[in-house]
Design a protein around this ligand. Structure first.
Ligand code: 5AD
Ligand code: SF4
Length: 471
């Protein structure tokens, strides 16, 4: 049943009118903002919206924290590591605030939506004056007005998790953009904090997604990455539609060259999705398919709802339907109860699949999640050793995977430029996500270039340009 709540058009208009009103106060003063983003692509996308709102309010973007009148930290709480880094970062801003008392320091993002966190941060850091969660970004104008009037503001959302459409956005990349298709998550993997801070899964309406993709492509974007915690369950909360259908429907957007998506949950990657990847020419041949563990016992404890065998079967089917497909994954080592044998099952799965790359993590207990309360927590030194072993294996597999590309010719979208003393090295990705470096000119940034792979270095592919398509 469709239980979604939308932020009303009137509310969005009210916030935008407030931006325009504050503009005449902020722009003449030459105020500047700086946003530091931690965590996943969802946060990157949220930061683009915040930049859009701030630009509409008359703020310019500062190049460093030192030059800024407003500093925002967009936080992540998926692992402990991100939290520790944030605390250090905020503590370090105390001096800056002392030398510039008008400086506004704000913290937002997932970590601020954790139970009790906002209060704790306000208490611990008196120089912070604004705190809000990821589900109330659309109210930034109203919050900032109050902060500019001298208030300390805290705003999180415990119940509605409403979808906000039609907010402005500032993009840094001129060719590639993220588009949300779902928000939140219903899966409750036992290690994961996301469902608690980003709320239950809500799908955007197809028309809103289509309109956003069309307008981005009209502005020159050619690569779109559809974002969701579990893109495969898109439309489960709508009367009709599915993720596979969405891929078919978006394939014909004028100007679109590459359609990507992440992340996929193996339990929902059905045959119709496999067919949609194979049959739509814009859909890229890469699937980020987090496996998390190769042990059935651990997968069960993680509440992942698939077995090792089912996972391998999906990989087999995808390879059969799409021979040049590449896989990347997420893996957690040291989940509570993971024995040495269970860990070795993860190692053997990694050997068997042959991922192009793996994002590997030591299990980090998150307060409020089921796994944090489980018995048999694994000592840190064991987790570290397993992580080291797994990374060493994946490094070998990456070398093997790279070796298959020597001699391959394909099109890259150039996404970065590495200026060395003697030459300019550019890098970009093939449609199937493999990254290639080649010597070129800085003007080729954001262009499509065809390259031939000549050799591999430890982690990467090195090629030469064959022709330039400037698409
Ligand atoms: N500890 C370690 N890794 C985690 N991830 C999510 N929660 C945790 C946790 N508590 C990892 C998962 C997920 C990725 C985004 O982060 O592998 O797929
Ligand atoms: Fe977290 Fe699992 Fe949802 Fe991914 S699918 S966001 S790991 S609960």
């Amino acid at each position: 049943m469709d239980q979604r709540v939308f932020v009303s058009k009137e509310e969005i208009e009210r916030q935008m009118a407030l931006c325009d009103r504050l503009h005449c106060e902020i722009a003449p003063r030459g105020l500047r903002f700086y946003i530091e983003t931690f965590g996943c692509q969802m946060n990157v996308r949220d930061s683009e919206t915040m930049k859009g709102i701030l630009a509409r309010m008359g703020y310019a973007e500062a190049e460093s924290k030192e030059q800024a009148d407003l500093i925002l930290f967009n936080t992540c709480c998926v692992r402990d590591h991100a939290e520790k880094r944030l605390m250090g970062n905020i503590g370090a801003l105390k001096e800056l605030k002392e030398s510039n008392p008008a400086l506004i320091i704000g913290i937002c993002g997932c970590m601020m939506q954790q139970k009790g966190m906002a209060e704790r941060m306000l208490k611990r850091f008196p120089h912070v004056s604004l705190i809000f969660g990821p589900n109330v970004v659309f109210r930034l104008p109203e919050m900032l007005e109050r902060v500019l009037n001298g208030e300390r503001v805290r705003m999180t959302d415990e119940e509605h998790f409403a979808i906000a459409e039609g907010l402005p956005r500032v993009r840094d990349n001129v060719r590639s953009a993220f588009v949300n298709i779902t928000y939140g998550c219903n899966n409750y993997c036992t290690y994961c904090i996301v469902p608690f801070v980003r709320g239950r899964e809500r799908s955007r309406d197809y028309e809103d997604i289509r309109a956003e993709v069309e307008s981005l492509c009209a502005e020159g974007i050619t690569e779109i990455t559809l974002l969701g915690q579990n893109v495969n369950s898109y439309a489960n909360d709508l009367p009709e539609g599915s993720f596979a259908e969405l891929l078919y429907k978006l394939n014909d957007v004028p100007g679109l060259k590459r359609l990507r998506f992440m992340s996929s949950h193996p339990k929902d990657l059905t045959d119709d999705v496999i067919r949609a990847i194979a049959e739509n020419d814009k859909v890229c041949h890469h699937v980020h398919l987090p496996v998390q563990s190769g042990s059935n016992e651990i997968l069960k404890r993680m509440n992942r709802k698939y077995t090792r065998e089912q996972y391998l079967e999906i990989i087999r089917k995808l390879r059969k339907a799409i021979p040049d497909i590449e896989f990347t994954t997420d893996i957690i080592v040291g989940f509570p109860g993971e024995t040495e044998e269970m860990f070795q099952e993860t190692m053997s799965l990694v050997r068997e699949v042959g991922y192009a790359a793996a994002f590997t993590f030591a299990y980090s207990p998150r307060f409020g999640t089921a796994a944090a309360k489980m018995a048999d927590q694994i000592p840190e030194d064991v987790k570290k050793r397993r992580l080291y072993e797994l990374n060493a294996l994946q490094a070998e597999k990456t070398v093997e995977n790279n070796a298959e590309y020597v001699g391959a010719v394909g099109e890259l979208l150039v996404e970065g430029c590495d200026q060395r003393t003697d030459e300019t090295m550019l890098y970009g990705k093939f449609r199937n996500f493999k990254m290639v470096y080649f010597a070129g000119k800085p003007e080729q940034l954001n262009q499509y270039v065809t390259v031939r792979v000549l050799r591999t270095s430890k982690n990467s592919l090195i090629g030469e340009q064959v022709e330039s398509n400037n698409g």
